[in-house]
Design a protein. Sequence first.
Length: 136
Amino acid sequence: MHNDLFPNWFSFKNFERKMKKKSVYKKAEDFSFGILELVSATEKFNKDFHVSDQISRSSTSIAANLSEAKFSISDKMYLHKVSLSIREAEETSYWLRVLKIKRHISQDQYEILEKDCKQIVAELYALMRFVRNKKK
C-alpha cells in the first residue's frame, strides 16, 4: 500500500494507523493551496507583494520538502527534509501574524490558518520522533 507520508523504503504500519484520515503531506499540500487561493483572491495583497510572495513561498515549501523526503536514501536525509518542512511552517506562521497585524486577513481567518499550520508542525515533530525512535 502506497502512502505519501513515507518514502518507498519506509514502512511503518503502526504509525500509519495512528495518523488521522489525511496524511501530513496532504494536509500541508491543502494548506498551501488555501494560502495561494487567499493571496490570489485578496486585492490587499497586490499592494504588499513582498508579504504575499513570502507566505506563498514558505507555505508551498512545506509540502515540497515532504515530497522530496519521500525519495530520501537514508533516515538522516529524510529527517533533514522533514525538519526543513517544520522551518517553512514556522516561517509561514510568522507571515500569518504579519498579515493579521496589517489587517490583510481577519482574526477568524488567522485563527483557522494558524491552527492548521500548528497541527502540521505537531505532526511533523511526531514523525521525526517516530523515525528517531525506530533506530533504538
